[in-house]
Write a protein of this length. Structure first.
Length: 156
């Protein structure tokens, strides 16, 4: 597990609107992550504008891009889970998804009306590791709220 996570401060997302986008693969894990993400966004008083799903993690970035282009939101949490299999396919998916969402996060942050994008994709060795991280959605939500507030604070 990651060490050195930021201390939890009270975040107020009142008036901010968010979308949650998730992949269908590894549904048990992803559904739990979405649940904890939505729960934390609600706890921060955010408006959850929409929930979207796509087939796999590779499809997350194009769907996120389309949702962002539609506008009307302050942040997007992209959620998925890649579990190592017998081949290197998991590595290819994890690398490409990380790259695509990272590039998209930079683009969205520099828009005239910036949008925070949080990377909520687990890349794990096995299902046990994934299950132990099912509550990471709270961190994903808090990160997105914090980034949306930071982008808003910078102004035009």
């Amino acid at each position: 597990m990651s060490q050195g996570a930021p201390k939890h401060e009270k975040l107020d997302a009142k008036g901010l609107r968010f979308a949650v986008v998730s992949a269908r693969w590894n549904a048990e894990i992803v559904e739990a992550l979405v649940g904890t993400t939505v729960g934390e966004l609600n706890a921060c008083k955010a408006v959850i504008e929409s929930l979207h799903t796509c087939e796999g993690v590779f499809e997350l970035a194009p769907l996120v891009a389309r949702i962002a282009r539609k506008g009307g939101i302050d942040g997007i949490v992209a959620i998925g889970c890649v579990i190592r299999g017998e081949t290197d396919h998991h590595r290819l998916l994890a690398n490409q998804t990380t790259h695509a969402l990272g590039q998209l996060a930079l683009e969205l942050a520099t828009n005239p009306r910036p949008i925070a994008l949080t990377f909520g994709v687990l890349a794990v060795e096995n299902e046990d590791q994934a299950r132990r991280r099912k509550d990471k959605g709270r961190e994903f939500a808090r990160t997105c709220v914090s980034q949306a507030l930071a982008l808003r604070a910078v102004g035009d």
